[in-house]
Design a protein around this ligand. Sequence first.
Ligand code: PLP
Length: 412
Amino acid sequence: MALVNIHYLNLQNNYLFADVAKKVNAFKVIHPKADVISLGIGDVTQPLAPAVVEAMHKAADEMATAEGFRGYGPEQGYTFLREAILKNDFLPRGIHLDIDEVFINDGAKSDTGNFQELLHWDNFIGVTDPIYPVYIDSNVMIGRCGTYHDGRWTNVRYMPITAENGFVPPLPVGHPVDVIYLCYPNNPTGTVITKQELRKWVNYALKNDALILFDAAYQAYIRDKDIPHSIYEIRGARKCAIEFHSYSKTAGFTGVRCGYTIVPKDVTVSTFEGERLPLNQLWLRRQCTKFNGTSYISQRAAEATYTPEGKQQIQTTIDYYMDNAHRLLTRLRALGYEVYGGENAPYIWMRTPDGMGSWQFFEALLYGANVVCTPGVGFGPSGEGYVRFTAFSSHEKTEEALSRIENWTKQH
Ligand SMILES: *Cc1c(COP(=O)(O)O)cnc(C)c1O
Protein backbone atom coordinates (compact mmCIF):
# COMPACT_ATOMS: atom_id res chain seq x y z
CA MET A 1 0.00 0.00 0.00
CA ALA A 2 1.41 3.35 -0.98
CA LEU A 3 1.01 5.66 1.99
CA VAL A 4 0.99 9.41 1.72
CA ASN A 5 3.61 11.64 3.35
CA ILE A 6 1.28 12.82 6.10
CA HIS A 7 3.19 16.06 6.53
CA TYR A 8 1.74 17.20 3.23
CA LEU A 9 -1.69 16.98 4.82
CA ASN A 10 -0.59 19.59 7.34
CA LEU A 11 0.06 22.15 4.62
CA GLN A 12 -2.40 24.96 4.68
CA ASN A 13 -4.66 24.23 1.79
CA ASN A 14 -4.22 27.13 -0.49
CA TYR A 15 -1.25 28.86 -1.85
CA LEU A 16 -1.65 32.59 -1.25
CA PHE A 17 -1.60 33.58 -4.91
CA ALA A 18 -4.16 30.90 -5.77
CA ASP A 19 -6.50 32.45 -3.20
CA VAL A 20 -5.92 35.90 -4.66
CA ALA A 21 -6.57 34.61 -8.20
CA LYS A 22 -9.79 32.95 -7.06
CA LYS A 23 -11.11 36.19 -5.61
CA VAL A 24 -10.09 38.17 -8.67
CA ASN A 25 -11.85 35.65 -10.92
CA ALA A 26 -15.00 35.85 -8.83
CA PHE A 27 -14.92 39.63 -9.28
CA LYS A 28 -14.44 39.29 -13.05
CA VAL A 29 -17.43 36.97 -13.35
CA ILE A 30 -19.65 39.64 -11.80
CA HIS A 31 -17.93 42.51 -13.65
CA PRO A 32 -16.88 41.07 -17.01
CA LYS A 33 -16.11 44.49 -18.50
CA ALA A 34 -13.92 45.73 -15.65
CA ASP A 35 -10.25 46.23 -16.47
CA VAL A 36 -8.41 44.91 -13.44
CA ILE A 37 -4.82 46.05 -12.82
CA SER A 38 -2.64 43.70 -10.84
CA LEU A 39 0.05 45.00 -8.52
CA GLY A 40 -0.20 41.67 -6.74
CA ILE A 41 2.01 38.73 -7.65
CA GLY A 42 5.76 39.37 -7.68
CA ASP A 43 6.50 38.60 -11.31
CA VAL A 44 8.44 40.85 -13.64
CA THR A 45 6.89 42.29 -16.80
CA GLN A 46 9.62 43.89 -18.89
CA PRO A 47 11.37 41.97 -21.72
CA LEU A 48 14.79 40.38 -21.39
CA ALA A 49 17.88 42.51 -21.99
CA PRO A 50 19.11 42.39 -25.62
CA ALA A 51 22.53 41.10 -24.48
CA VAL A 52 20.80 38.19 -22.74
CA VAL A 53 18.65 37.37 -25.76
CA GLU A 54 21.67 37.48 -28.02
CA ALA A 55 23.55 35.06 -25.75
CA MET A 56 20.59 32.68 -25.80
CA HIS A 57 20.41 32.76 -29.60
CA LYS A 58 24.10 32.12 -29.81
CA ALA A 59 23.90 29.22 -27.36
CA ALA A 60 20.99 27.72 -29.28
CA ASP A 61 22.98 27.96 -32.52
CA GLU A 62 25.93 26.21 -30.88
CA MET A 63 23.66 23.40 -29.77
CA ALA A 64 22.59 22.98 -33.40
CA THR A 65 26.09 21.89 -34.42
CA ALA A 66 27.88 18.63 -33.72
CA GLU A 67 30.86 20.45 -32.16
CA GLY A 68 28.79 22.86 -30.10
CA PHE A 69 26.18 20.44 -28.86
CA ARG A 70 26.03 20.02 -25.07
CA GLY A 71 24.32 17.25 -23.20
CA TYR A 72 24.32 16.97 -19.43
CA GLY A 73 26.43 19.71 -17.95
CA PRO A 74 28.13 19.68 -14.58
CA GLU A 75 25.54 19.47 -11.78
CA GLN A 76 27.18 22.45 -10.05
CA GLY A 77 27.03 24.54 -13.21
CA TYR A 78 29.43 25.57 -15.93
CA THR A 79 32.76 27.11 -14.95
CA PHE A 80 32.23 30.13 -17.20
CA LEU A 81 29.22 31.22 -15.15
CA ARG A 82 30.64 30.36 -11.75
CA GLU A 83 33.75 32.39 -12.54
CA ALA A 84 31.71 35.33 -13.76
CA ILE A 85 29.75 35.23 -10.49
CA LEU A 86 32.87 35.30 -8.33
CA LYS A 87 34.39 38.06 -10.38
CA ASN A 88 31.32 40.30 -10.54
CA ASP A 89 29.12 39.62 -7.53
CA PHE A 90 31.73 38.98 -4.83
CA LEU A 91 35.27 40.14 -5.59
CA PRO A 92 34.28 43.81 -5.95
CA ARG A 93 32.84 43.60 -2.42
CA GLY A 94 36.05 42.11 -1.04
CA ILE A 95 34.58 38.62 -0.77
CA HIS A 96 36.90 35.82 -1.86
CA LEU A 97 35.07 32.59 -2.54
CA ASP A 98 36.28 29.39 -4.13
CA ILE A 99 34.63 28.24 -7.33
CA ASP A 100 33.56 25.01 -5.58
CA GLU A 101 31.48 27.12 -3.23
CA VAL A 102 29.19 28.25 -6.08
CA PHE A 103 26.31 26.01 -7.16
CA ILE A 104 24.26 27.08 -10.17
CA ASN A 105 20.56 26.35 -9.79
CA ASP A 106 17.38 26.68 -11.82
CA GLY A 107 16.14 29.54 -9.64
CA ALA A 108 16.33 30.32 -5.96
CA LYS A 109 12.95 28.82 -5.13
CA SER A 110 14.25 25.28 -5.67
CA ASP A 111 17.28 25.71 -3.45
CA THR A 112 15.62 27.77 -0.71
CA GLY A 113 13.00 25.01 -0.58
CA ASN A 114 15.39 22.06 -0.88
CA PHE A 115 18.31 23.07 1.27
CA GLN A 116 16.56 22.15 4.52
CA GLU A 117 16.65 18.46 3.58
CA LEU A 118 20.33 18.35 4.63
CA LEU A 119 19.24 19.10 8.19
CA HIS A 120 17.84 16.84 10.89
CA TRP A 121 14.06 16.88 11.05
CA ASP A 122 13.86 18.25 14.56
CA ASN A 123 15.98 21.36 14.11
CA PHE A 124 14.11 24.37 15.39
CA ILE A 125 13.59 26.95 12.67
CA GLY A 126 13.16 30.69 13.03
CA VAL A 127 11.73 33.05 10.43
CA THR A 128 11.08 36.72 10.26
CA ASP A 129 7.37 37.35 10.04
CA PRO A 130 5.96 38.17 7.47
CA ILE A 131 7.97 35.96 5.13
CA TYR A 132 8.28 34.32 1.69
CA PRO A 133 6.01 31.26 2.18
CA VAL A 134 8.46 28.74 0.61
CA TYR A 135 10.72 28.64 3.67
CA ILE A 136 8.03 27.46 6.06
CA ASP A 137 6.09 25.23 3.67
CA SER A 138 9.20 23.29 2.63
CA ASN A 139 9.88 22.61 6.32
CA VAL A 140 6.26 21.60 6.90
CA MET A 141 6.63 19.00 4.14
CA ILE A 142 9.37 17.24 6.08
CA GLY A 143 7.53 17.44 9.40
CA ARG A 144 9.63 20.10 11.06
CA CYS A 145 7.03 22.72 11.94
CA GLY A 146 4.63 20.99 14.34
CA THR A 147 0.95 21.80 14.00
CA TYR A 148 -0.90 24.86 12.80
CA HIS A 149 -2.96 26.94 15.23
CA ASP A 150 -4.31 30.46 14.77
CA GLY A 151 -2.10 31.24 11.80
CA ARG A 152 1.10 29.89 13.40
CA TRP A 153 3.13 26.69 13.39
CA THR A 154 3.86 25.42 16.88
CA ASN A 155 7.53 24.57 16.14
CA VAL A 156 8.48 27.74 14.32
CA ARG A 157 9.87 30.83 16.00
CA TYR A 158 8.31 33.92 14.46
CA MET A 159 10.34 37.11 14.69
CA PRO A 160 7.98 39.94 13.82
CA ILE A 161 9.09 42.72 11.53
CA THR A 162 6.48 45.45 11.75
CA ALA A 163 6.18 49.21 11.82
CA GLU A 164 6.34 48.99 15.63
CA ASN A 165 9.94 47.74 15.59
CA GLY A 166 10.89 49.74 12.52
CA PHE A 167 11.14 46.48 10.52
CA VAL A 168 14.35 45.60 12.36
CA PRO A 169 14.23 41.83 12.95
CA PRO A 170 14.57 41.05 16.68
CA LEU A 171 17.03 38.30 17.68
CA PRO A 172 15.29 35.20 19.04
CA VAL A 173 14.88 35.15 22.81
CA GLY A 174 14.51 32.04 24.95
CA HIS A 175 15.21 28.63 23.44
CA PRO A 176 17.86 29.10 20.74
CA VAL A 177 16.93 28.67 17.12
CA ASP A 178 18.97 26.21 15.03
CA VAL A 179 18.17 27.40 11.53
CA ILE A 180 17.32 30.99 10.65
CA TYR A 181 15.79 32.20 7.39
CA LEU A 182 16.53 35.79 6.46
CA CYS A 183 15.55 37.51 3.22
CA TYR A 184 17.07 40.94 2.56
CA PRO A 185 16.06 43.13 0.81
CA ASN A 186 12.86 41.68 2.16
CA ASN A 187 9.96 40.15 0.36
CA PRO A 188 7.21 41.08 1.22
CA THR A 189 7.95 44.25 3.22
CA GLY A 190 10.49 45.81 0.84
CA THR A 191 12.62 46.80 3.84
CA VAL A 192 16.37 46.24 4.24
CA ILE A 193 18.85 45.29 6.95
CA THR A 194 21.92 47.36 7.84
CA LYS A 195 25.37 45.84 8.22
CA GLN A 196 25.25 46.55 11.90
CA GLU A 197 21.97 44.64 12.36
CA LEU A 198 23.06 41.78 10.12
CA ARG A 199 26.25 41.47 12.15
CA LYS A 200 24.10 40.76 15.23
CA TRP A 201 22.56 37.80 13.40
CA VAL A 202 25.89 36.42 12.30
CA ASN A 203 27.17 36.73 15.85
CA TYR A 204 24.04 35.03 17.17
CA ALA A 205 24.54 32.16 14.74
CA LEU A 206 28.21 31.77 15.63
CA LYS A 207 27.47 31.87 19.34
CA ASN A 208 24.56 29.41 19.19
CA ASP A 209 25.96 27.16 16.47
CA ALA A 210 23.00 28.06 14.27
CA LEU A 211 22.79 28.13 10.49
CA ILE A 212 21.58 31.18 8.55
CA LEU A 213 19.88 30.65 5.20
CA PHE A 214 20.15 34.07 3.58
CA ASP A 215 18.00 34.86 0.55
CA ALA A 216 19.55 37.68 -1.48
CA ALA A 217 17.14 37.47 -4.44
CA TYR A 218 16.61 41.25 -4.40
CA GLN A 219 20.16 42.45 -3.78
CA ALA A 220 20.32 44.14 -7.20
CA TYR A 221 17.65 46.62 -6.04
CA ILE A 222 19.77 48.06 -3.25
CA ARG A 223 20.55 51.75 -3.78
CA ASP A 224 21.85 52.90 -0.40
CA LYS A 225 25.62 52.46 -0.24
CA ASP A 226 25.76 51.00 3.26
CA ILE A 227 23.25 48.20 2.84
CA PRO A 228 24.93 44.79 2.46
CA HIS A 229 24.41 42.94 -0.84
CA SER A 230 25.72 39.70 0.58
CA ILE A 231 25.85 38.28 4.09
CA TYR A 232 29.52 37.47 3.42
CA GLU A 233 30.25 41.17 3.76
CA ILE A 234 29.97 40.38 7.48
CA ARG A 235 32.99 38.80 9.12
CA GLY A 236 32.33 35.25 10.28
CA ALA A 237 29.37 34.68 7.94
CA ARG A 238 31.25 32.15 5.85
CA LYS A 239 31.28 29.90 8.90
CA CYS A 240 27.52 29.99 9.45
CA ALA A 241 25.61 31.16 6.37
CA ILE A 242 24.35 29.84 3.04
CA GLU A 243 23.30 32.45 0.48
CA PHE A 244 20.77 32.18 -2.34
CA HIS A 245 20.79 34.33 -5.46
CA SER A 246 18.53 34.50 -8.47
CA TYR A 247 18.53 36.16 -11.89
CA SER A 248 14.72 36.24 -11.75
CA LYS A 249 14.32 39.72 -10.30
CA THR A 250 17.81 40.89 -11.25
CA ALA A 251 17.43 40.25 -14.96
CA GLY A 252 13.86 39.14 -15.62
CA PHE A 253 14.66 35.40 -15.58
CA THR A 254 11.40 34.25 -13.99
CA GLY A 255 10.69 32.33 -17.20
CA VAL A 256 14.31 31.59 -18.20
CA ARG A 257 15.26 30.00 -14.83
CA CYS A 258 18.72 30.46 -13.37
CA GLY A 259 20.22 31.38 -10.02
CA TYR A 260 22.95 30.19 -7.70
CA THR A 261 23.64 29.17 -4.13
CA ILE A 262 26.81 29.82 -2.16
CA VAL A 263 27.78 27.05 0.24
CA PRO A 264 31.10 28.00 1.86
CA LYS A 265 33.34 25.11 2.77
CA ASP A 266 33.67 26.42 6.33
CA VAL A 267 29.98 25.95 7.14
CA THR A 268 29.56 22.75 9.09
CA VAL A 269 26.76 21.00 10.93
CA SER A 270 27.01 18.55 13.76
CA THR A 271 26.14 14.89 14.27
CA PHE A 272 24.72 13.80 17.65
CA GLU A 273 28.22 12.60 18.47
CA GLY A 274 29.60 16.06 17.83
CA GLU A 275 31.38 15.31 14.57
CA ARG A 276 31.35 18.31 12.21
CA LEU A 277 30.35 17.83 8.59
CA PRO A 278 30.77 20.42 5.84
CA LEU A 279 27.48 21.31 4.17
CA ASN A 280 29.33 21.96 0.93
CA GLN A 281 30.06 18.24 0.45
CA LEU A 282 26.55 17.21 1.47
CA TRP A 283 24.98 19.71 -0.91
CA LEU A 284 27.22 18.53 -3.76
CA ARG A 285 26.19 14.95 -3.04
CA ARG A 286 22.56 15.97 -2.97
CA GLN A 287 22.72 17.93 -6.19
CA CYS A 288 24.56 15.17 -8.06
CA THR A 289 21.79 12.77 -7.05
CA LYS A 290 18.70 14.92 -7.50
CA PHE A 291 19.62 17.66 -9.94
CA ASN A 292 20.97 17.43 -13.45
CA GLY A 293 21.96 21.02 -13.90
CA THR A 294 20.48 24.19 -15.33
CA SER A 295 20.23 24.38 -19.12
CA TYR A 296 23.29 25.53 -21.01
CA ILE A 297 21.23 28.23 -22.71
CA SER A 298 20.05 29.64 -19.38
CA GLN A 299 23.59 29.67 -18.03
CA ARG A 300 24.88 31.49 -21.10
CA ALA A 301 22.01 33.94 -20.64
CA ALA A 302 23.02 34.50 -17.01
CA GLU A 303 26.65 34.99 -18.03
CA ALA A 304 25.54 37.76 -20.41
CA THR A 305 24.17 39.79 -17.48
CA TYR A 306 27.82 40.40 -16.51
CA THR A 307 29.00 41.83 -19.83
CA PRO A 308 29.29 45.64 -19.94
CA GLU A 309 26.17 45.91 -22.17
CA GLY A 310 24.32 43.31 -20.12
CA LYS A 311 25.06 45.13 -16.87
CA GLN A 312 23.88 48.39 -18.26
CA GLN A 313 20.72 46.94 -19.79
CA ILE A 314 19.60 45.09 -16.68
CA GLN A 315 20.30 48.20 -14.62
CA THR A 316 17.99 50.17 -16.92
CA THR A 317 15.17 47.74 -16.21
CA ILE A 318 15.85 47.76 -12.47
CA ASP A 319 15.73 51.57 -12.57
CA TYR A 320 12.46 51.34 -14.47
CA TYR A 321 10.90 49.22 -11.72
CA MET A 322 12.39 51.40 -9.00
CA ASP A 323 10.79 54.39 -10.66
CA ASN A 324 7.45 52.62 -10.19
CA ALA A 325 8.35 51.94 -6.58
CA HIS A 326 9.08 55.62 -6.08
CA ARG A 327 5.76 56.67 -7.63
CA LEU A 328 3.86 54.21 -5.47
CA LEU A 329 5.67 55.28 -2.34
CA THR A 330 5.27 59.02 -2.79
CA ARG A 331 1.71 59.03 -4.08
CA LEU A 332 0.33 56.58 -1.56
CA ARG A 333 2.07 58.57 1.17
CA ALA A 334 0.57 61.81 -0.18
CA LEU A 335 -2.86 60.19 0.11
CA GLY A 336 -2.22 59.70 3.80
CA TYR A 337 -1.39 56.00 3.73
CA GLU A 338 1.35 54.58 5.92
CA VAL A 339 3.81 52.98 3.50
CA TYR A 340 7.19 51.27 3.89
CA GLY A 341 9.88 49.67 1.74
CA GLY A 342 10.22 50.62 -1.92
CA GLU A 343 13.59 52.38 -1.58
CA ASN A 344 15.94 49.42 -1.94
CA ALA A 345 13.42 46.82 -3.06
CA PRO A 346 10.61 46.54 -5.63
CA TYR A 347 7.88 46.13 -2.99
CA ILE A 348 5.73 48.62 -1.13
CA TRP A 349 4.29 47.50 2.17
CA MET A 350 1.25 49.49 3.21
CA ARG A 351 -0.66 49.53 6.45
CA THR A 352 -4.37 49.18 5.81
CA PRO A 353 -6.36 52.23 6.94
CA ASP A 354 -8.66 52.23 9.95
CA GLY A 355 -7.42 48.89 11.23
CA MET A 356 -8.98 46.99 8.32
CA GLY A 357 -7.94 43.37 7.90
CA SER A 358 -5.62 42.54 5.00
CA TRP A 359 -8.25 40.56 3.09
CA GLN A 360 -10.94 43.11 3.83
CA PHE A 361 -8.82 45.87 2.33
CA PHE A 362 -7.83 43.65 -0.59
CA GLU A 363 -11.50 43.17 -1.49
CA ALA A 364 -12.40 46.81 -0.94
CA LEU A 365 -9.60 47.88 -3.29
CA LEU A 366 -10.52 45.26 -5.87
CA TYR A 367 -14.20 46.20 -5.93
CA GLY A 368 -13.68 49.93 -5.42
CA ALA A 369 -10.67 50.63 -7.65
CA ASN A 370 -10.25 47.39 -9.65
CA VAL A 371 -6.67 47.15 -8.40
CA VAL A 372 -5.15 43.95 -7.05
CA CYS A 373 -2.70 43.95 -4.14
CA THR A 374 -1.51 41.03 -2.01
CA PRO A 375 -2.96 40.66 1.51
CA GLY A 376 -0.10 40.87 3.99
CA VAL A 377 -1.50 38.21 6.30
CA GLY A 378 -0.82 35.67 3.55
CA PHE A 379 2.88 36.09 4.38
CA GLY A 380 2.47 35.39 8.08
CA PRO A 381 0.56 36.52 11.18
CA SER A 382 2.46 39.81 11.55
CA GLY A 383 1.43 40.70 8.00
CA GLU A 384 -2.16 41.16 9.18
CA GLY A 385 -3.22 44.76 8.70
CA TYR A 386 -0.87 45.28 5.74
CA VAL A 387 -0.96 44.76 1.98
CA ARG A 388 1.86 44.52 -0.55
CA PHE A 389 2.08 46.34 -3.87
CA THR A 390 4.70 45.36 -6.44
CA ALA A 391 6.70 47.73 -8.60
CA PHE A 392 7.01 45.12 -11.37
CA SER A 393 4.23 46.53 -13.54
CA SER A 394 4.62 48.99 -16.41
CA HIS A 395 4.73 52.76 -15.83
CA GLU A 396 1.35 53.09 -17.55
CA LYS A 397 -0.38 50.49 -15.41
CA THR A 398 1.25 51.76 -12.23
CA GLU A 399 0.06 55.29 -13.05
CA GLU A 400 -3.43 54.12 -13.89
CA ALA A 401 -3.64 52.05 -10.71
CA LEU A 402 -2.50 55.07 -8.68
CA SER A 403 -5.12 57.35 -10.26
CA ARG A 404 -7.81 54.84 -9.44
CA ILE A 405 -6.58 54.46 -5.87
CA GLU A 406 -6.56 58.27 -5.59
CA ASN A 407 -10.15 58.61 -6.80
CA TRP A 408 -11.31 55.74 -4.67
CA THR A 409 -9.57 57.06 -1.55
CA LYS A 410 -11.01 60.55 -2.02
CA GLN A 411 -14.54 59.16 -2.23
CA HIS A 412 -14.19 57.89 1.32
C1 PLP B 1 11.22 35.72 -6.47
C2 PLP B 1 11.93 35.22 -5.28
C3 PLP B 1 12.92 34.25 -5.38
C4 PLP B 1 13.39 33.78 -6.72
O1 PLP B 1 12.74 32.69 -7.18
P1 PLP B 1 13.26 32.00 -8.52
O2 PLP B 1 12.98 30.57 -8.27
O3 PLP B 1 14.72 32.28 -8.64
O4 PLP B 1 12.46 32.58 -9.63
C5 PLP B 1 13.57 33.82 -4.24
N1 PLP B 1 13.27 34.33 -3.04
C6 PLP B 1 12.34 35.27 -2.90
C7 PLP B 1 12.08 35.83 -1.57
C8 PLP B 1 11.63 35.73 -4.00
O5 PLP B 1 10.70 36.67 -3.85
